[in-house]
Design a protein around this ligand. Structure first.
Ligand code: NAD
Ligand code: UFG
Length: 345
């Protein structure tokens, strides 16, 4: 089975490509490296010992993307490609809407044209907006608090409309909670540009001595220790969820959404302690004001994914932190491979 993976060079994409290749799928990756590096693709090959086709293409380039459909017998698509920085999306809403929404429209138009109607889409728990209660179920009201979240919400709605118009479409919209960790090989992991926005890459870089201290955004939330609660999920568990979702869309038609989370929330301070234990490093921190737009508590009810996809996360925060630290300590500067200094004889 040939699967087109958009954004396959990115954080979740690389881990999913490893699982797809290990499960015997043939894959074709499309990425424009706007937030990733070619080295990541080499690492996928190193881990799996398998080869695949790659196109360095922007989804917004319809002609180039069409070639991928013409040159390969694509049967299904896993669509990761998108911009994902919440703060940046507030500054650059047009860039986010253009990239995420127009990119998805072009992809779906080509899928329709070439009769490829099986899709797994990367949505986000952000579509639940300012949640009123936890655990979060798929049928909770949806809303957006920033352009990034709105782009995911709009795409989910567009896809539901496509499903209504043509009952042959089969789509799993996967609402990820907080993916962290890395492949246990230490060869692939999260490689953010510049100073990380998200908690775990920030903590990792403090542990590695690249950043001085963690700033914890708020200690007055109504949680056990006052810091925010999130449902952290190991990226390899998340990647495996895509294989299950792909199996589902190959079997049944219709559009459905699934929470991919563990069902358990941890506070920021609990994550700091877990990372200190896993790395043997102290993580200095201080409390600062709440971050604008943050919610207090967010964790999934993952029952639907268990019942309908036969998937559940199995790894705990210890493994998430151990694997994140292995990746960070083996790859201090991420995928940045130092240019070889010529040797003069
Ligand atoms: P990532 O930035 O590491 O990966 C996205 C990949 O898509 C990158 O390699 C980037 O170069 C590529 N890309 C972006 N726009 C493109 C375009 N127009 N054409 C071709 N390639 C393009 O992000 P990730 O963490 O792997 O996330 C993957 C998906 O999951 C995204 O859609 C993201 O919004 C979603 N998601 C991520 C998280 C998270 O916390 N990481 C949470 C919820 C949802
Ligand atoms: N936090 C800090 N200091 C930091 C970074 C984060 O205290 O330097 C705290 C946050 O306030 C929050 C928790 O750590 O309580 C997690 O924050 P992240 O930025 O790691 O994750 P978010 O839950 O805010 O957002 C993530 C993704 C979004 C996605 C959302 C819901 O980054 O794209 O999950 O899926 F929309």
């Amino acid at each position: 089975m040939r699967v087109l993976v958009t954004g396959g060079a990115g954080y979740i994409g690389t881990h999913t490509c490893v699982e797809l290749l290990n499960a015997g799928y043939e894959i074709v990756i499309v990425d424009n490296f706007s937030n990733s590096k070619p080295e990541a693709l080499k690492r996928i090959k190193e881990i799996t010992g398998k080869d695949f086709k790659f196109y360095s293409i922007d989804l917004l380039n319809r002609e180039e993307l069409e070639k991928v459909f013409l040159e390969n017998e694509i049967e299904s698509v896993i669509h990761f490609a998108g911009l994902k920085a919440v703060g940046e999306s507030v500054q650059l809403p047009l860039v986010y809407y253009q990239n995420n929404i127009t990119g998805t429209l072009i992809l779906c138009e080509l899928m329709q044209k070439y009769g490829v109607k099986k899709l797994v889409f990367s949505s986000s728990a952000t579509v639940y907006g300012d949640v009123k209660s936890t655990p979060i179920l798929e049928n909770f009201p949806l809303s957006a608090t920033n352009p990034y979240g709105r782009s995911k919400l709009i795409i989910e709605e567009i896809i539901r409309d496509i499903g209504v118009s043509d009952s042959e479409w089969s789509v799993a919209q996967l609402r990820y909670f907080n993916p962290i960790g890395a492949h246990p090989s230490g060869l692939i992991g999260e490689d953010p540009n510049g100073i990380p926005n998200n908690l775990m890459p920030y903590i990792s870089q403090v542990a590695a001595g690249k950043l001085k201290e963690l700033k914890i955004f708020g200690n007055d939330y109504p949680t056990s220790d006052g810091t925010g609660v999130r449902d952290y999920i190991h990226v390899v568990d998340l990647a495996k969820g895509h294989i299950k979702a792909l199996e589902k869309v190959m079997l049944e038609t219709g559009v459905d959404a699934y929470n991919l989370g563990t069902g358990r929330g941890y506070t920021v301070l609990e994550m700091v302690k877990a990372f200190e234990k896993a790395s043997g490093k102290e993580i200095p921190y201080s409390f600062v004001e709440r971050r604008q737009g943050d919610i207090s508590t967010c964790f999934a009810d993952p029952t639907k994914a268990k019942m309908k996809l036969d998937w559940a996360a199995v790894m705990g925060i210890r493994e998430m932190c151990v694997d994140a630290w292995r990746w960070q300590s083996n790859n201090r500067d991420g995928y940045e491979v130092l240019a070889k200094v010529p040797v003069h004889t």
